[in-house]
Design a protein around this ligand. Structure first.
Ligand SMILES: [Zn+2]
Length: 190
């Protein structure tokens, strides 16, 4: 095959063009393989028969600032700090209109454990996902839950890397979706 300089350059450009977006987006905060966008966390909330169940799900990056296994003391301290905050439901959620208290030992937190580093075989071309979620589940028992008007969260103050929380909620009489942010941390459930 006889390729002159111009066709070689042309070939190189054709090879490079598809790579450009990949290089650009590899540092992007959007991870398309999963509904996981840094800065955005999720809450699923069920209000039923005087009990409020809350499932909080978040990219670990929003909570501790990284998504790999903790590799130094500072990162381990970040994990401890996050675990401590997430273990205190009363300081994360407050309820207006109803008297709700956290049910003892109803808190479960996943994804905050130190994991051994996983080595991927070099010849495998499967995408190596470094993304990690942290989830926490809570249950509250409420008196006069039918009078509950709103739920406010302190998660934005505790974890400033959270920019938005998408909330899906369902109660015995209604349901809805809502987007909370640091200026609007209150979910209305009427
Ligand atoms: Zn991620």
């Amino acid at each position: 095959m006889n390729m002159n300089a111009s066709s070689v350059i042309h070939t190189i450009i054709l090879i490079l063009i598809p790579l450009v977006p990949a290089i650009t987006y590899s540092e992007s905060i959007v991870h398309e393989h999963k509904a996981h966008t840094h800065g955005i966390s999720e809450i699923k909330l069920i209000i039923s028969d005087g009990t409020i169940s809350i499932k909080f799900e978040s990219p670990a990056n929003n909570i501790v600032g990284f998504e790999h296994a903790a590799s130094n003391t500072e990162e381990e301290n970040q994990l401890k700090r996050a675990h401590s905050i997430l273990s205190k439901p009363a300081s994360i959620f407050s309820f207006q209109g109803a008297n709700c208290t956290s049910i003892p030992s109803s808190v479960t937190i996943d994804g905050l454990t130190k994991e051994p580093h996983k080595h991927q075989p070099a010849n495998k071309h499967q995408p190596h996902s470094t993304h990690k979620e942290i989830t926490a589940e809570y249950q509250f028992q409420c008196k006069s839950s039918e009078d509950l008007t709103s739920i406010e969260t302190q998660l934005f103050n505790k974890f400033p890397n959270i920019n938005e929380i998408n909330v899906m909620w369902i109660s015995d009489k209604n349901q809805g979706m809502s987007v909370l942010n640091p200026n609007n941390p209150q979910l209305f459930v009427e």
